[in-house]
Write a new protein. Structure first.
Length: 276
């Protein structure tokens, strides 16, 4: 979920659907909107020489899309063996139960309410299917249950809504918390700096080829917005709606409800740190 589709200086990437890395293929869901950009990216991930695949974020409850994901996996010579969720927002997870029926797979997620099967996901776990290895990375902030998956063999990370291919993401207050989100961005920066991750495979928008640059941009954007919110409060804009109208005046008003969620998270963060 994005809070600004057009931000100056945003990282730029390539195409959205199709083969993104040797192990990751994107099927774009037909749910475009100001909040979902071009639609939800459903990822089919597999070792090139394996006939087993993992699907990450089946997407919305759209029968055509779910069938297309299964058909695409088959065209790639793969059978879907497992379904994973980055988080529980409907545009990523609503179709998971139906997709599990179509594929006969279990659904693994951090939130027990989203799981189908006994085994969930725990940060630090390594998911192994057909030789494929995905490291589960804890990245709360957008939501409390947000996860990313490091695909070390491709020097890539699948980020769900934590980092998008265009614009910036919503800190979905009250479930999402800004302090957690900033920590998560620093964790992703560490993957780029220390673990050699170069590619972001996002939940919405195009692939980004400069993972460190994307995360640094996000951190700078958050710092700038936080300073703007602090100044707005100092100038007498007290309610979240007033702050949004002042700080997000350059953003499409259709996105202001989403911006207000982030503003509420920012106000909470500033209060917790004694800054307002």
């Amino acid at each position: 979920m994005t809070d600004a589709r057009m931000l100056p200086g945003r990282p730029r990437g390539g195409e959205i659907a199709g083969q993104a890395t040797p192990r990751a293929y994107c099927v774009l869901a037909p749910n475009p909107s100001p909040m979902t950009l071009d639609g939800t990216n459903t990822w089919i991930v597999a070792e090139p020489d394996s006939d087993l695949a993992v699907v990450i974020d089946p997407g919305p409850q759209d029968e055509g899309h779910l069938a297309e994901v299964v058909a695409t996996a088959e065209r790639l010579g793969k059978r879907v063996a497992l379904t994973l969720l980055t988080h529980g927002h409907p545009d990523h997870a609503e179709g998971a139960a139906r997709f599990a029926e179509l594929t006969g797979t279990k659904v693994r997620a951090l939130d027990p309410a989203l799981r189908l099967g006994d085994e969930g996901l725990t940060p630090g776990n390594v998911v192994r299917v057909g030789g494929l290895e995905l490291l589960v990375v804890s990245t709360p902030g957008h939501t409390a249950d947000s996860l990313c998956f490091q695909l070390a063999a491709d020097r890539a990370v699948l980020t769900g809504d934590t980092v998008l291919g265009r614009g910036t993401t919503v800190v979905a207050h009250p479930d999402g918390r800004l302090g957690d989100y900033l920590d998560s961005l620093r964790r992703l920066r560490s993957l780029a700096v220390d673990d050699g991750v170069t590619t972001v495979l996002p939940g919405h928008g195009p692939v980004l080829g400069d993972a460190q640059g994307a995360v640094e941009y996000y951190l700078a954007h958050r710092a700038n917005r936080l300073a703007q919110v602090e100044t707005a409060v100092e100038n007498g804009h007290r309610t979240p709606a007033e702050v949004v109208a002042h700080v997000y005046a350059d953003v499409d008003p259709a996105l202001w409800p989403a911006a207000e969620l982030s503003v509420r998270a920012q106000l909470e963060y500033l209060r917790e740190h004694g800054l307002i």
